[in-house]
Design a protein around this ligand. Structure first.
Ligand code: PAN
Ligand code: ZN
Length: 193
């Protein structure tokens, strides 16, 4: 009998139930990221510092589910990214590369409207891909990824990845993404940082 089967037997119905209105998984702890955790992420440092003098809101939270680890196993996380802006930039996640660069990821949009910012590590080539309810975004290997909420309600999504992917935040903290996602005359556009 493997670990997963044992865990399933212990839970009521073997399924993990998502609360999409809260962006939570009841009974599972989540990691919260506040505005102060996003130092250096926004292009407009002045607007960021100003916003922090007014408060330190919760920007996003992730609830990780790690049923089993090892070769062939999968982990996933439910993300909830709140709506908001710093200057003309939308609220965003820190973003990362996977420590194991070959690990890809599948994002499934469940609620809200946003974009994924994808940047190929070797070429630096960037693109944005819409992430919203009922859309699936494939994050290829060797690709830095950041989620951006461009809408007025929470953006809720699942990220599903190999259990041994790991998260490398240091590479992003060192050089950040090359592009930013901002609003220009009511339109969501990708611009150089
Ligand atoms: C996601 C992310 C989630 C939060 O589950 O972890 O969107 O973003 P940061 O990890 O960049 O803070 C994922 O991509 N996991 O691999
Ligand atoms: Zn990831």
């Amino acid at each position: 009998m493997n670990d997963r089967f044992l865990k399933d037997l212990k839970s009521k119905d073997g399924a993990v139930n998502l609360n999409l209105s809260q962006g939570t998984i009841p009974g599972h702890p989540r990691t919260e990221r506040y505005l102060s955790d996003l130092y250096g992420a926004f292009r407009d440092a002045q607007s960021y510092e100003l916003a922090l003098t007014l408060g330190n809101p919760l920007v996003y939270a992730v609830t990780p589910i790690e049923p089993a680890s090892g070769d062939g196993q999968m982990h996933y996380g439910l993300g909830v990214l709140h709506p908001g802006k710093i200057g003309d930039e939308f609220y965003l996640t820190k973003g990362h590369l996977h420590a194991r660069r070959s690990a890809a990821e599948v994002y499934v949009g469940l609620r809200g409207t946003g974009q994924m910012l994808l940047e190929d590590e070797s070429s630096g080539e960037s693109r944005m891909v819409a992430l919203q309810e009922n859309s699936v975004v494939y994050v290829p290997s060797h690709t830095a990824h950041r989620t951006v909420n461009t809408g007025a309600e929470p953006l809720v999504y699942l990220g599903i990845y190999p259990s041994n992917a790991g998260h490398d935040y240091a590479a992003i903290a060192a050089k950040n993404f090359r592009m930013v996602i901002v609003e220009r005359a009511g339109v969501v556009v990708l611009e150089p940082r």
